[in-house]
Design a protein around this ligand. Structure first.
Ligand code: ZN
Length: 168
């Protein structure tokens, strides 16, 4: 899926969508763990903590302030909850520590801020991780199949365009 090389930041929607951390580079904030009420998400959360695949970090004040300024500028300030702001602040903090970060979220306002920050993101339910195996890429010329995360748009064999289609 190409997420292995990133430090992943998970918001509540990631857990609700059933995202399961599979390496130790996953982070969230205390507020997210408090927000998760349904049994399924709590099980995902506790399992990840037990396995050492999730770290809970409280972002520093300076990054929360930076986030507020950023959200004011972008016009997202009213759509972001305090939890959202803190999860964005954590992203800024890890990014500032020179880590390669990726946000896992289904929330459009958070995704919008990630675009501004040039931080890659993945959605769990709407287009992303859980469904990725139901998609494939295929060359419209020679019909060669590529994995869904294949980054190029031209076929390596015949140079035709590669399109994304649903796997049968
Ligand atoms: Zn081809």
């Amino acid at each position: 899926m190409g997420v292995e090389k990133y430090h992943k930041i998970l918001d509540s929607s990631a857990f609700i969508g059933g995202y399961t951390p599979s390496d130790e580079k996953n982070y969230t904030i205390p507020e997210v763990t408090e927000e998760l009420k349904d049994l399924k998400s709590r099980i995902f959360l506790e399992k990840s903590l037990e396995e050492g695949n999730l770290k809970i970090i409280n972002p520093k004040r300076e990054y929360i302030e930076k986030t507020e300024k950023l959200a004011e500028k972008s016009g997202d300030i009213l759509r972001l909850s305090n939890t959202d702001k803190k999860i964005i602040a954590l992203t800024l903090q890890l990014k500032n520590e020179k880590r390669k970060v990726m946000m896992i979220t289904d929330d459009y306002s958070i995704q919008n801020i990630m675009k501004i920050l040039k931080v890659p993101f993945k959605a769990v339910i709407t287009e992303g991780i859980n469904e990725i195996y139901q998609w494939e890429k295929i060359c419209i010329g020679c019909k060669k199949r590529y994995p869904p995360e294949y980054p190029l748009t031209e076929c390596e064999i015949c140079g035709s365009r590669i399109i994304k289609k649903k796997r049968k």
